[in-house]
Structure formats: C-alpha cells, structure tokens
Write a protein that binds this ligand. Structure first.
Ligand code: ZN
Length: 190
C-alpha cells in the first residue's frame, strides 16, 4: 500500500483496505483485464463493438476497452455492424438484481450468460459495483449523463440487504456462477 492510501483514500473495500486515486485506477484497469482474460471474453483479431448510452457504465467500458485495444490486437468499432463480439455495459449491481429476480420469479431462462466463451455478447464490467464504476468515471474526469436511474422494488430490496450484508451482490453472482456449472469462482474483492 502506498503512503497516499493512508493519507488520502478515495475508496474503501469491505475488508477495510483503502486505495488512493492512482491505486484505485490501477486496481480497476487490472481487474478489467483480468476479467477479459479469465473468462476468455476476447480473442486477438476480434472486432469488438460496444454499448455506450452515454451513462457512466458506457463511458467507463469504452475507456477501458480503448486502453486494452492499444495493447491487444483487436479492433474497436463504434457502430454495431459486422462485429465478432459486442461488449455490454452491465454491472455487478444490474446482474445481481436480474439473477435474484429471475430466481424468485422462476424464470432462469431469462438470466444472462456471464461466462461467454465463444459467445457474441460479453459483459466485462459484471464484476464491478456501480459505485466503483462511477468513482472511476469521476476520478478520470470522464463525461457522462448524470440521470437518476429509477430502481424497481427488487433493486431497492437488494440495496437494502446490502447495508447489513456488504458483499451480498458478489455472493449472488458467485451463486450464479456455481449454477452455471463452470465451477469458476468470482474474483475476490481485491
Ligand atoms: Zn495508493
């Protein structure tokens, strides 16, 4: 941990580890790459289209894909014509809401495939909380539309549970991954 983390943290994990601005950005970029690699979301030479509705998730997805594209032999395309993969901007919050809702309504056929080996849709932000994505956008001074998202009853219910069970969204997605039957564990908090 750097000295700045002690004096000027911008983020604290549930295990009380704190990160300063630079360390947080570094952690975010590294975790993004790790997610792409671990779940084999992108192959070299892939043409990648991506979703950007101008919200904080879209802009952070674009920023991270661009950084990745500078290092990897992939092509990023803005329109959605002739692509190999499309990167969607959904977050850990959104995927955990959807999973719980599908479970309780007995509609598991509606959940997303988060382990998209050889699939067209990838979700590189699905291990990041909305608050982490938003903080990244603010720290990097990325411009996005600040519209307030309306939350459903389900979403408020899970947010409420999160206050007393801080890792509940991660736990939900871990359960999803077990049910998906691949036996891969979600990365921990660091
Ligand atoms: Zn630091």
């Amino acid at each position: 941990m750097c000295k700045l983390c002690e004096t000027n943290p911008v983020y604290e994990f549930t295990n009380q580890r704190k990160l300063c601005k630079n360390c947080f950005i570094y952690w975010f970029n590294k975790k993004f790459l790790y997610t792409l690699r671990k779940y084999e979301m992108i192959k070299s030479e892939d043409k990648i289209a991506y979703e950007n509705k101008g919200d904080f998730r879209g802009i952070v997805l674009e920023e991270n894909l661009k950084q990745f594209g500078n290092r990897a032999r992939i092509e990023l395309i803005k329109n959605t014509k002739k692509y190999d993969k499309i990167a969607l901007s959904s977050s850990l919050d959104q995927e955990s809401y959807l999973f719980v809702k599908s479970l309780i309504e007995n509609k598991l056929s509606k959940i997303n495939d988060l382990l998209p080996k050889n699939k067209k849709e990838i979700r590189p932000l699905y291990l990041f909380l909305d608050k982490e994505i938003k903080l990244y956008a603010e720290l990097k001074k990325l411009k996005y539309k600040k519209t307030k998202e309306k939350k459903s009853e389900w979403e408020n219910f899970i947010d409420k549970l999160e206050e007393s069970h801080p890792e509940i969204k991660q736990a939900i997605i871990q359960s999803y991954l077990k049910i998906a039957g691949r036996g891969k564990k979600v990365e921990g908090r660091e």
